[in-house]
Write a protein that binds this ligand. Structure first.
Ligand SMILES: Cc1cc2nc3c(=O)[nH]c(=O)nc-3n(C[C@H](O)[C@H](O)[C@H](O)COP(=O)(O)O)c2cc1C
Length: 404
């Protein structure tokens, strides 16, 4: 997917270079457009080198009429070839131009020609931000449905303290993801997700764990954030980056996972338990490293808390979704789990099918729902499966409310 990264002439322009990298890491092709003023703060060469793309700084350039027309009308072409326009930093000047439809340079002309979703990340001095002119311009741009990210409050480059700092880059990336998806059906929801494995210690240096990579839970977190939800991700130890815009709560053991989930569940409207929580923990964790001997060593294991059952017992009208990783009788096992734990949906998946399940980027699941419906979901990426789970979860909630 192609996005235009518009860069205005503010102190925060240097952060746009890192933003370009972050967007590329999400898989976007980033086409930079710098205003003339932006070029005073950061060079087009930086963006060309980072993105490998042509950097546009000028409506006409130093070109003849023939050259301009030979390359077709560039602002129209760029408007058609990109799916999202993100402007960061959006200067007071750019906000004024956009609000009033002025088109005296490439970026403002492109803005008028662009029919897709727009993300604006303003950054400026606090007085400029609070000026009635900027306040009125922002009201106009908000009413137009653009996604506005920030500005954050804090100490600004000019020395003042207050609102005006460019939003955190992962918040801007999250807004671009949401704009690219163009679906806000989880807006207003708080989605609490558990992901990854747990580690149950034996002694200070060893632990028991499982093969969960966390990829499914992280895909769910990314999908929920992209669809407008506030996402709290309670994660066991994994090696994948936190999706942009997602609040992370790191835990290790099943007990820590339980405390984090139960502690945050009141905030949530949807709870998804995708973590592979250990069923047992070591009863007597050795305070010292267990020494190697020639004799057999036995471990006493106690059951860990049943988090899904505890959440199910006090979930109220929250939607609760569990996961069942099984090696046989998957649908029956998922249904049993759903009924005994009072979940609304259990996502069943075979963990012994080659190329899916733990560690894989793909999955193949069956959704077992409390309405009695069973939906097989064909093999797809975990990101696609995550969206399918939310599609069905929203439908399920409507059906459950209608039947009450
Ligand atoms: C050192 C310096 C820093 C500036 N920082 C900002 C800023 O952070 N935000 C802003 O809106 N304008 C800032 N300005 C003013 C803009 O550069 C000016 O309004 C310019 O016309 C914006 O052009 P553009 O919107 O086409 O990029 C700054 C100017 C200077 C000289």
């Amino acid at each position: 997917m192609h996005v235009v990264l518009g860069v205005g002439g503010g102190i925060a322009a240097y952060k746009a270079a890192e933003l370009a990298r972050s967007l590329m890491r999400q898989g976007y092709t980033v086409n930079p457009v710098l205003t003339r003023s932006a070029c005073e703060f950061i060079t087009p060469l930086t963006f060309a080198a980072l993105t490998g793309r042509k950097v546009i700084t000028d409506l006409f350039g130093n070109r003849s009429a023939d050259e301009i027309l030979a390359s077709s009308v560039e602002h129209i072409q760029v408007a058609q070839e990109n799916q999202v326009l993100v402007v960061a930093p959006a200067t007071a000047d750019l906000l004024a131009k956009f609000a009033h439809g002025l088109a005296d340079d490439f970026l403002s002309t492109l803005y008028l020609a662009f029919a897709g979703p727009v993300v604006l990340a303003p950054a400026m001095n606090t007085n400029m931000w609070n000026h009635p002119a900027t306040v009125a311009n922002m009201a106009t741009l908000r009413a137009r449905g653009h996604r506005i990210v920030g500005p954050d409050a804090g100490e600004l480059a000019c020395g003042t303290v207050g609102p005006g700092r460019l939003a955190e880059l992962d918040q801007i990336v999250a807004a671009v993801n949401a704009a690219a998806l163009n679906r806000d059906d989880l807006s207003g929801e708080v989605v609490l997700i558990s992901a990854g494995p747990t580690q149950e210690p034996l002694d200070p240096v060893r632990y028991i764990t499982n093969r969960s990579s966390g990829k499914m839970g992280y895909a769910l977190a990314e999908a929920a954030a992209a669809r407008g939800a506030r996402v709290i991700l309670v994660s066991g130890p994994v090696h994948i980056p936190v999706p942009p815009g997602v609040e992370i709560v790191d835990v290790r053991s099943a007990h820590e996972m339980r405390d984090a989930i139960v502690g945050r569940m009141d905030e949530a409207s949807i709870i998804i338990k995708s973590a592979a929580v250990a069923d047992y923990h070591v009863a007597n964790v050795s305070p010292n490293k267990i020494k190697k001997t020639a004799t057999r060593l036995s471990l006493d294991l106690d059951p860990t808390p049943d988090i899904l059952a505890e959440v199910g017992a006090r979930k109220g009208d929250r939607l609760l979704i569990g996961f069942a990783a099984e090696t046989n009788d998957m649908v029956a096992e998922a249904r049993r789990k759903m009924q005994t734990k009072k979940a609304d949906m259990v996502v069943g998946n075979f963990v012994n099918v080659a190329g899916t399940g733990f560690e894989s980027d793909l999955n193949e699941v069956t959704l077992v729902m409390s309405t009695g419906e069973t939906v097989p979901v064909a093999r797809a990426t975990k990101r696609e499966i995550a969206h399918t789970i939310f599609d069905h979860a929203l439908r399920l909630r409507l059906a459950l409310h209608a039947s009450q």
